[in-house]
Design a protein around this ligand. Structure first.
Ligand code: ZN
Length: 96
């Protein structure tokens, strides 16, 4: 890799992607506050060309979009229910 004719920025990307979440990276221990279990997770490279890191970002983006659509569906259902109630009860209120 050092002797290749690749540009320096490409070498940096290749190095970051190949070392992502491997033993060469630092890690963090996440543990249960009650001490039931703990897990060690390696840090990621956060490089925009890394398929591992970008797939995590993409999944998070999809989850955010799903939450937005869910909220929109709830609002539409609530408004349609409100219109239905007005349609049903308005003649009754009008006759009082
Ligand atoms: Zn990565």
């Amino acid at each position: 890799m050092q002797a290749s004719n690749l540009p320096t920025h490409v070498k940096k990307v290749v190095s970051a992607v190949t070392l992502c979440r491997t033993n060469a990276m630092k890690g963090r221990v996440y543990s249960c506050p009650n001490g039931h279990f703990s897990i060690f997770i390696r840090e990621s490279c956060n490089n925009r060309s890394c398929p591992t890191c970008q797939s995590e970002i993409k999944e998070n983006g999809i989850l955010i979009q799903k939450k937005k659509f869910l909220i929109l569906h709830i609002i539409i259902l609530f408004l349609s229910y409100l219109l239905f109630c007005i349609h049903i009860f308005f003649p009754i209120i009008k006759n009082l």
